[in-house]
Design a protein around this ligand. Structure first.
Ligand code: SF4
Length: 348
């Protein structure tokens, strides 16, 4: 079934092919931040011209660890869509879909649950890490739904017959789990499903403004695509710099400074070279350095904010885009379901 035999490829190494489908998505648990922007949204904008692109708003998956806060999930469905549209994802090129409105995904999840053992899910490194991070929610006892979310992800991927799945390195075990499920399904029921290939991007994780490896709302260290200029100023002014620098002419170490880290994302190579040299010589003040960064961040984010503002004023248009995409995606999921049921002798 699969024309692509690799298990993972680098983003820059995949050849454009409009006959192949990419599936990616987000859990609607909060607005998207610049970690998402550099880690995935920018590459999605490129990919929309190279592949048939499906983007899922994974509300069912968001409930696996937010089951006690359905309002939060519902509220963020629109927020996520607005962020996606604001960065330049074009609904004429991309199919946006809402997971909970595709019942075939839930049905496939049930079928696939026979093909994976509890021990295998417990050993999945991504799941293990996430369970450890969610101790407060789950205590000592994780839910069946959360433990099984890789199975539901395998259902997402295969429902839409996706060839390529853009992920960060830390998400690779989820794609491997999906590939195992597909292989097992095909070996038992006959060649039916496509094995997906993970697409890895170099910038898959961006550190927070405080230097934390992870960026997030609960950590208070994220810059959101929807942040206004005043919020950006406050956040950047509070970013971690070289703590050993007390006076303006103290020589600094840009490699341990988050302002420099962000300059490398938002400023030109030439600017970065100057910043690095001047910082090391003690010829640059941190306040001026931060102001320059704020200016460059604003240059990149203000067109996104403007576009987002349009969608904030036109919420119905946002939901219409999502509903139209979901209807289109469901047709594909129905076709997959027909094949799966036939293979499993459930085609009554
Ligand atoms: Fe960081 Fe710039 Fe200060 Fe150097 S001058 S420590 S790069 S903020």
């Amino acid at each position: 079934m699969s024309e692509v035999n690799d298990e993972k490829v680098k983003l820059e190494n995949i050849k454009p092919d409009k006959s192949l489908r990419i599936l990616t998505g987000d859990r609607p648990t909060g607005r998207l931040h610049i970690g998402h922007y550099f880690g995935s949204l920018k590459s999605r904008v490129e990919l929309q011209d190279k592949f048939e692109t499906f983007i899922e708003v994974a509300d069912v998956q968001a409930l696996t660890d937010n089951f006690n806060d359905p309002d939060k999930v519902k509220r963020n469905v629109k927020q996520i869509l607005m962020d996606e549209l604001a960065v330049g994802l074009n609904p004429n090129k991309v199919t946006f879909l809402l997971q909970s409105m595709i019942p075939e995904i839930a049905e496939l999840t049930v079928f696939y649950s026979n093909l994976v053992t509890i021990a295998r899910l417990q050993r999945n490194p991504t799941v293990k890490t996430e369970i450890a991070q969610k101790k407060e929610l789950f205590g000592e006892s994780v839910t069946y739904g959360f433990l099984g979310y890789p199975v539901s992800q395998a259902a997402d991927i295969t429902a839409f017959d996706a060839s390529y799945i853009p992920v960060g390195e830390d998400q690779l075990p989820l794609i491997e789990q999906c590939r195992e499920i597909v292989r097992k399904f095909n070996s038992i029921y006959g060649e039916t499903l496509r094995e997906p290939v993970a697409v890895i991007s170099d910038k898959s994780r961006i550190k927070g403004l405080d230097g934390n490896e992870k960026m997030g709302k609960s950590l208070g260290n994220a810059l959101y695509l929807s942040d206004d200029l005043d919020t950006i100023k406050t956040k950047v002014m509070g970013a971690l710099t070289d703590p050993a620098r007390i006076k303006k002419d103290d020589p600094g170490n840009p490699d341990i400074c988050m302002v420099y880290y962000y300059h490398k994302l938002f400023s030109s190579d030439n600017e970065c070279k100057n910043i690095c040299e001047e910082c090391k010589k003690g010829a640059r003040g941190c306040v001026a350095c931060k102001k320059q960064l704020i200016e460059n961040i604003d240059k990149e984010l203000s067109p996104i904010r403007e576009k987002r503002h349009y969608y904030e004023e036109h919420e119905k248009e946002v939901m219409d885009i999502l509903m139209a995409g979901t209807a289109h995606a469901r047709e594909t999921a129905k076709e997959t379901m027909e094949k799966v049921k036939k293979a499993m002798k459930l085609d009554y």
